[in-house]
Ligand binder design. Structure first.
Ligand code: ATP
Ligand code: MG
Length: 158
């Protein structure tokens, strides 16, 4: 289905904004224009939901979560950045493996199975996109995903 990703992402953020802890702040850096992409909306919702719930799970009191969306060079890029505990460099790639969780003791009490990002990677790749993480321990984590985007397609309908 064709989806305006700007609107799509805004609505997901709105949904989390209503239920999140009050002392975690959301900041949005979104384009003013529509960005139409052909995606499976339900699956992509699951992907974004998991990334945001991870960001909230590991955010400290008073932390900020920054959402960024832009289009460039035939793709859209989505970034979700938190100020949480971060992930050690040597584990950065493994977080996309099934059942992988960085620190069993640390994460056990926070719940989850370790499947969220593995599923996210499968779905993003199936859409022709990529997903990866950057992080600094103790400072925060940034999850970045890209999806193919053809600028010409939207004008035809407006
Ligand atoms: P599930 O998503 O299945 O409920 P989960 O959240 O533990 O469980 P993933 O979403 O796949 O699993 O994440 C894998 C692991 O990567 C997490 O257990 C955590 O250790 C680490 N991780 C993911 N996102 C963050 C983040 N924003 N900050 C710190 N660590 C993270
Ligand atoms: Mg998760």
């Amino acid at each position: 289905e064709w989806v305006d990703f700007t609107d799509f992402l805004s609505r997901i953020i709105d949904r989390f904004e209503m239920t999140k802890r009050e002392n975690v702040r959301f900041t949005r850096i979104l384009p003013r224009k529509s960005l139409f992409v052909e995606i499976d909306g339900d699956k992509m919702t699951q992907v974004i939901d998991n990334i945001i719930s991870n960001a909230l799970k590991y955010s400290p009191e008073g932390g900020e979560v920054i959402f960024t969306l832009f289009e460039e060079n035939g793709k859209i890029t989505v970034s979700i950045k938190d100020e949480g505990i971060g992930i050690p460099k040597e584990n950065l790639e493994k977080i996309f493996d099934r059942f992988y969780r960085v620190d069993k003791a640390r994460t056990r009490k926070l719940g989850g199975t370790g499947l969220g990002l593995a599923i996210a990677k499968e779905m993003v790749n199936a859409h022709g996109g990529n997903i990866w993480a950057t992080s600094e321990e103790g400072k925060g984590t940034q999850i970045i995903l890209t999806l193919p985007y053809e600028p010409s397609e939207e004008g035809e309908w407006s």
